[in-house]
Write a protein that binds this ligand. Structure first.
Ligand SMILES: COC(=O)c1ccnc(N)c1
Length: 242
């Protein structure tokens, strides 16, 4: 997978070079390009924003600068990129989106700041490639870079050979529509709190049932709406997976 990020703060994307993601780059599971939007400015001030038409607070990112940047970064290759625009007004990003995008050969993230990017940039790009405006939650950030990092990590961890144990991705929260239950490791008793007996019983069927029940209970208390979204068939699938 090829990933490109366009931003006015390239250093914000340095975490991509660390740990799991850094290893994915070293192992050539992904190639990452980070591009400074100001490279496509032509004025002495390297301006990337301007006042909003219609008035209102803040500034809007300029279409001409973004247009040139996307033309160059997304220049036609044998494959077409998916353009992702992190935005508070975007569709919610979730595990299903991460799984879907993990099948893509090329993702380009356009990180906006200020009040956002001139809408015509998105409308123009959509004539040449799939474009998705996506939110990582119901809150506003200063820029799209942190959201891009979040989404890139959620996607890249699903790629073959990135996680040490591929089962991790299959069994983590949301993979079967439920939240993951509690986990434990040594010591057996810590500050007078023992590990649940069932986990030390060696009875794999009982352990699987206990884990599923814990996942159902946690989902019921913390995210009941996820349960109502699950069909009977999904719940049976969750049952079989445990
Ligand atoms: C500037 O971008 C944001 O504020 C943003 C992006 C993605 N998700 C959000 N919840 C906010």
């Amino acid at each position: 997978m090829r990933i490109d990020v366009i931003t006015i703060f390239p250093d914000y994307l340095n975490p991509l070079r660390e740990a799991l993601l850094g290893k994915a780059i070293e192992r050539e599971r992904i190639s990452v390009g980070v591009h400074d939007l100001r490279d496509w400015t032509h004025d002495v001030h390297r301006a990337v924003d301007d006042s909003p038409y219609g008035g209102g607070p803040g500034m809007v990112m300029k279409p001409d600068v973004w247009g040139e940047a996307l033309d160059e970064v997304c220049a036609a290759q044998e494959v077409t990129p998916r353009l992702v625009v992190p935005a508070p007004a975007g569709r919610p990003f979730d595990q299903k989106t991460a799984v879907r995008w993990s099948q893509d050969p090329w993702l380009v993230f356009a990180c906006g700041r200020y009040e956002g990017i001139d809408q015509r940039v998105i409308d123009d790009a959509a004539t040449r490639m799939p474009v998705e405006e996506v939110s990582i939650g119901d809150y506003v950030l200063v820029g799209g870079e942190v959201a891009a990092l979040t989404m890139i990590e959620a996607v890249v961890r699903l790629l073959p050979g990135v996680l040490g144990n591929p089962l991790s991705a299959e069994q983590d929260s949301f993979s079967d529509g439920l939240l993951e239950g509690p986990c434990y490791t040594r010591p057996e008793v810590w500050r007078e709190r023992p590990v649940p007996d069932v986990l030390r019983s060696g009875n794999h069927a009982a352990i699987a049932r206990w884990r599923r029940d814990q996942a159902l209970e946690r989902t019921y208390h913390r995210r009941p709406e996820l349960l109502s979204a699950l069909s009977e068939g999904d719940l049976d699938k969750a049952d079989r997976k445990q």
